[in-house]
Design a protein around this ligand. Sequence first.
Ligand SMILES: [Zn+2]
Length: 248
Amino acid sequence: MRKFILTAVMWGIAASGLASETIEWGYNENNAPEHWGALSPNYKMCDLGKQQSPINITQAIETETKQKIKIDYKVSPHDVVFNGHTVQVNTQDKSDYLILDQQKYFLQQFHFHTPSENQIQGKSFPLELHFVNQDAQGKLTVLAVMFVLGHENSEWNKFWSDLSNKENDNKVLSHQINLDKLLPKKREYYRTLGSLTTPPCTEGVHWIIFEQPLTISNTQLSELKALLHHHANNRPIQPQNGRLVIED
Ligand SMILES: [Zn+2]
């Protein structure tokens, strides 16, 4: 009996020890994307999902009848944070929105991946911006904007100047950000269904990937890379599994 209790106590310690050692997902050796599905039962879609993001867009079906997306981003976001995975700019009052298939999705936040996650015709870009939008039922639409190296982006410095390099240290923005300047003028895009590109890799996400890239200066991109200690924060390309891509 005594031995049983002792064993149980030891198991208890072992189990709690394991719990406290749960590995946080990331992009380094131990917690890299290929391990995400095994890190937590909540992340199983990262392994099992059949409509995962990002993808390499090689073929697209052109449409003319579909209603194009309508983006109405007028209000400047509220705060900026380095969350350990990326730099993220958050909205507060959820007044910026887009309309897709007569459904209203409100902008929650935008963040960055370097290099890009999605690829167009096998081409990777140095930077990809994701605008995450959510409707009243919790469904997501992500707008993806690619960046090439070139002229400085006018809006970047407006949130970077407030950014704290301490993790999860949100700072209220002191400048107005014009979100239109973080979107391409030409609004042609690829559209497909996919997932979150980070755990829990939830599916059913509408993806809008703009064809026209914006520019960012080498200095601006270097600021992000330095903050990430020169580790990439992009998930590799996922199998398309027969998913259609529409060009709109
Ligand atoms: Zn993202």
